[in-house]
Design a protein around this ligand. Sequence first.
Ligand SMILES: Nc1ncnc2c1ncn2[C@@H]1O[C@H](COP(=O)(O)OP(=O)(O)O)[C@@H](O)[C@H]1O
Ligand SMILES: [Mg+2]
Length: 192
Amino acid sequence: MKELSLHLLDVAKNSTAAGARNVSITLEEGADGWLAVTIADDGRGMSPEFLAQAADPFTTTRTTRKVGLGLPLLRLTAEQTGGSLDIQSTQGVGTTLTARFQRRHLDCPPLGDLAGTVALLIQGSPEVELAYRHTTPRGEAALSTAELREILGGIPLSEPEVFAWIQEYLTEQEIETAVEAVPSTGIEGEII
Ligand SMILES: Nc1ncnc2c1ncn2[C@@H]1O[C@H](COP(=O)(O)OP(=O)(O)O)[C@@H](O)[C@H]1O
Ligand SMILES: [Mg+2]
């Protein structure tokens, strides 16, 4: 996928599809260019057998249960940057995905529109409690539906105005905390 935010949208939808009441999305960027993305939910989880398949469908045969491509594509993107995808899941308890990316790697997609993605997720599943946090060496962008509900009083999170508000509120924070992740050319100061 062209942007990491699209992967995020895709896998966060897995969480809501799994009946999660609480979803947390955390992005942690280090000064060394490593980005850890963690999506944790309290959905129905996966059995060990299914998990083995979902994480690595390319090793299964045609007669096995059909699995989607969201997780394998995320894994591929992470591994192409030298990173990894780790999935912990317990049936009836929940699932935690951790994807690691090296943002300075030439094959690492840009972050994309994180603010819009969070706004879309909240609008799409207004009954779910979502906690979002993106930390970088410059600061953090964060928003949770719990604090949003307090700010908005009785206004439903599915309202179009709320979508616009979330996007604007988070975009401002994202701009302030953004770190450049221009792939290294090996030539100091070169303009690409
Ligand atoms: N967070 C999750 N909780 C429970 N099951 C999950 C979760 N993420 C993925 N799965 C299971 O793994 C399957 C494959 O996920 P994915 O690769 O995103 O493909 P798709 O969503 O198109 O089925 C899902 O259909 C679902 O059964
Ligand atoms: Mg999916």
